[in-house]
Design a protein around this ligand. Structure first.
Ligand SMILES: Nc1nc2c(ncn2[C@@H]2O[C@H](COP(=O)(O)OP(=O)(O)OP(=O)(O)O)[C@@H](O)[C@H]2O)c(=O)[nH]1
Ligand SMILES: [Mg+2]
Length: 458
């Protein structure tokens, strides 16, 4: 692991603009030396102290001009967010004042922090691993209580502990294997490959669960995409509006009203969901409609679940049959809606055979509760409500986890077939990739990619 640059950084950590207070954070070895030049405190309390607040003034030492009255909170290394000395200056929340304080900090030896640099230092100083870093990133980005709770769970450190322990276990077997491979003539006991194989399989099964939890975590943190699919005029936009409880999509009796996909977020049973209204499926009448229908197909492809919407008041058409065929081949969660049940029903129910179907009238609102219940059933039976177990990974971590699992699969499958040095290579790769998941073996470029997603001041 490389050594971090040990200069002192500063940034405004609160949101831009006017507010009651703004906080400017300073971290690094010269924090208190710099504060000593510009912070004139009242009272006789020793400065700094661990976890302490000091009232005083920020003064421009050259112009001898008071810039603001502030509260400075001090944290002493290593007991701080970054692990370094930290001062947080609570100033009046005026951008003019805040930028003058920032300028003073810079002219007196601090450097403006890059995005995520405080958290990067926390990681490099061993204050948190990459899974906890990801949790912080997701906590800051969370739009719903559910997403925030998932992030906080992860910040608690259970996934970190899991990955560290699994990595450690494989490493232990790897060291023994390497020893017996490198020094066969020594008194080192040759390893029982089958015993190692059994233990690796156990670890692999635990990793499969972790992988599932990460997949579910990623789906839920982005919002489960549920696409509406049906022929024109079946009532997709009406259903979208019913689900949202407001008039979001245009509804008319002209077939082909919706031309583009339309996406809206909503919570269903506390699970973040994105409902996607689409252009009705039929032979397109013009170029715009053709593009719209292409987008419908893409939305269905990307969706976690699809709701097929049918107009029960008319005899089924070729289009309906094509849609059913399409849904049968999807290999995704599908729910059918027979809409317009307030009108005399002409559609053949045979069409719906083999699917969970809910009768609905968007016009009268009957059946809507059942739609929510059916969606909730789908989510729950797929484990999408088990927020406590979900794991949040960044893109690089998810890719590393996939590689770790594949390498361990190869190792397990090769037991008794491959040479032991092949086994060692696969185990080594598993250990390395798991290290990329929790940050124990991460390279500088990946770190940059991870931290540049953060905001300045975090
Ligand atoms: N009677 C009755 N009419 C409905 C119901 N749901 C929708 N409609 C009507 O059916 C027509 C089409 O509804 P939309 O929601 O625009 O249908 P769509 O599937 O989005 O249609 P496209 O955007 O053209 O693909 C409108 O006139 C709605 O008022 C219902 O439950 N009962
Ligand atoms: Mg529509």
């Amino acid at each position: 692991m490389y050594k971090p640059k040990i200069d002192t950084i500063a940034a405004v950590s609160t949101a831009q603009g006017r507010a009651a207070i703004s906080i400017i954070r300073v971290s690094g070895p010269n924090t208190f030396a710099i504060l000593g030049k510009i912070f004139v405190r009242g009272g006789k309390k020793t400065f700094p102290l661990p976890y302490s607040a000091f009232f005083g003034k920020i003064v421009d030492p050259i112009a001898q001009q008071v810039i603001d009255e502030v509260i400075v909170t001090t944290y002493l290394s290593p007991n701080s967010y970054t692990g370094e000395d930290i001062a947080e200056i609570g100033a009046h929340g005026n951008p003019v004042v805040v930028s003058r304080i920032m300028q003073l900090l810079i002219t007196n030896g601090a450097r403006a922090a890059e995005a995520g640099e405080f958290t990067k230092r926390a990681f490099l100083n061993g204050k948190m691993d990459l899974l906890e870093v990801e949790a912080i990133s997701q906590l800051l980005a969370a739009n719903t209580t559910t997403q925030a709770t998932m992030a906080l769970n992860q910040l608690d450190g259970l996934p970190s502990k899991f990955v560290a322990e699994i990595r450690e276990k494989i490493l232990k077997h790897l060291v023994q294997l390497e020893a017996s491979l490198n020094f066969p003539e020594d008194a080192i006991e040759s390893i029982d490959e089958y015993q190692v194989g059994r233990e690796l399989r156990k670890i692999l099964n635990e990793l499969y669960i972790f992988l599932d939890n990460a997949k579910n975590g990623s789906l839920v943190s982005e919002g489960l995409k549920v696409a509406l699919l049906g022929k024109p005029n079946s009532g997709k936009s009406s259903l979208m509006n019913c689900i949202l409880g407001r008039d979001r999509a245009i509804v008319t009796d002209i077939p082909g009203t919706t031309r583009d996909t339309l996406e809206e977020s909503i919570l269903i049973a506390s699970i973040p969901v994105k409902i996607i209204d689409t252009a009705g499926m039929r032979k397109p009448g013009d170029k715009v409609e053709a593009i719209g229908i292409e987008r419908t197909l893409k939305a269905v492809e990307d969706a976690y679940a699809v709701i097929g919407v049918f107009d029960g008041s008319v005899i089924e058409t070729e289009e309906d049959k094509l849609i059913i065929d399409n849904l049968k081949n999807l290999n995704k969660n599908v729910l059918l809606i027979c809409n317009k049940t307030d009108l005399p029903q002409k559609i053949s129910r045979k069409l719906f055979e083999g699917f969970k179907t809910v009768n609905l009238s968007c016009k009268e609102g009957t059946g809507l509760v059942e739609v929510f219940a059916a969606l909730t059933d789908i989510f729950k039976s797929d484990g999408m409500a088990n927020f406590d177990e979900m794991v949040l990974l960044g893109a690089q971590q998810a890719a590393a986890l996939d590689k770790a699992v594949s390498a361990l699969e190869r190792a397990v499958e090769g037991i008794g077939k491959n040479y032991q040095d092949m086994l060692a290579i696969d185990m080594e790769e598993t250990v390395r990739e798991l290290g990329r998941v929790n940050g124990e073996t991460v390279d500088m470029n990946t770190l940059d990619l991870i931290f540049e997603r953060f905001c300045i001041g975090k």
